[in-house]
Design a protein around this ligand. Sequence first.
Ligand SMILES: [Zn+2]
Length: 586
Amino acid sequence: MAARKPVTPSPDQPNASTEGYTVLARRYRPQRFADLVGQEAVVQSLINSLKSNRVAHAYLFTGARGVGKTTTARILAKALNCVNGPTTTPCGECDSCKGIASGEDVDVLEIDGASNRGIDEVRAIRDNVQYRPQRARYKIYIIDEVHMLTPPAFNALLKTLEEPPAHVKFFFATTEAQRIPITILSRCQRFDLGGIGVKQIVDRLREIVTTEQLQADDEALELVARRAAGSMRDAQSLLDQLLAFAEDRLTVELVNRLLGTAGEDRVIELANAILAHEPAKALRFLGTAADDGLQVSELLDQLIAYWRDLMVVNCSGDEGQILSITARNRGALKEQAKGLSLDTILAGLDVLNSTKMRLRTSDHGCLLLEMAVVRLGRLADLVSLSQMAQLLRQPGAIGPASATAPLRVTAPEAEKKKLTGPSKPVAAVIPAVFDEATVAAVWAEILASSPPMLAASLQKAGTPAISGPNALVLRFPAGYTLEQEFCGEPSRVARIEDELATRLSRRCKLLFELATDGQCTLPETRVDDEGTASRSRGKRLDAYTDPLCKRAMEVLEAQVLQRDDGFGIGVAPDDSPPAEMNGERQ
Ligand SMILES: [Zn+2]
């Protein structure tokens, strides 16, 4: 960090360090209730209790870091111990006020709960409380991070809290109130300090910049404020660091460059490429971004914020909403949000959030981000559930269903496999001539290259029929359930599909059908010794016979890969892909 020229301490900071540089957050720490930004309710409540002389003997201030917990405790201590006090406007000039502001007062003891967490430290406090304060009205203990105390320490503290001498006050501060025993909580008056709004932080930063006689763009300060996510201290620390690098003016470009974040315009450019289904453009963008020193995690966070904006605007418009995008770009955001379904936006947020989680444990950040971007671009292709239900209610309207023979489609799970092998050159496929004649020839080769048992079973179905551009259907005659099941076993399907891919220069889906002759003998009615296996197979087959599922499979040309009885959990054991599918296959 570059050294900054020493700045004259602001007038409301009587005790700023004169040796070297004191960070902004300390120099601009609020000294009076009126200076506490964003905590109006807490302040009002404390002022009322001071006015009515009903100050409790223990307070707990909770909230995220940097929202003013310890600062509030100190101001309250000053209010009580000021030479003019108790008062709602401590003078800031007397020995008590000065001592408290510097954290070195004889009667106001600040203890860090994280480093003084044992029972011995609390016993020392307990032995000490009986002595009267040296010069002020109250002996005040401010314990920061109080949740760090050990259980025995809390027990010892509880004894003191139950019968404190009249001259003793306890002010606790914590980020994690839920970790404090209920017995302690019930003896404190609790105040929850909320995160501080962007505008309030910006206003405060502006005051600081002006006092420091420095220059900063509004948008740059807003970026800093957003980045701090409600923490005034974080905002001021960040401003401090950034100002050290700013020659004469803090600009948006500089903030972005120092943080490794993309400028808003660039985030919008990326979002545009994604939403316009231009994966090549989006990937190119990521390539340039990496060259420009943008951080993967930062860019991902920015995308998450952007998709959250899309969600908010899609749900409720942008009136009165806190958005990550500045006002000048909200028109474009609104247009985009209008063109998307809420389901698509939510699915996008899911993709981004799971990418964020995977990023923590991965060394392939760039790849993960690229995958996320490509997947986001494909989301609009998803059919929403309501649309799907509508399609299903229109029998015969859409879909390749040839209603001549009732079909049952098996579930070759090889489809999953395709997605897992990035090394396979699936993209560069040369379309081969693909008609009845080529299929027959190719199929003969497949049979010849298959193991005897598989070949024999496949032969029972004859030559597969072409169904759509990339699917072949192999129909077994009625009653050939065993053969169909044998061939439909996932690893065998994958094997055949791989063989087909080599010969046809394209990936081809192999579907199995079982012709029925009017009478429906369902395989799951077969007696099976393995109770569990047959039960879950029965479940899977339910999906094939259930009219809605059947119709869904026809309309969407889909297969059942797994059945969830819950929401996303509960994969039937028999339905998961066999072990060889997850790793290398033959
Ligand atoms: Zn005073």
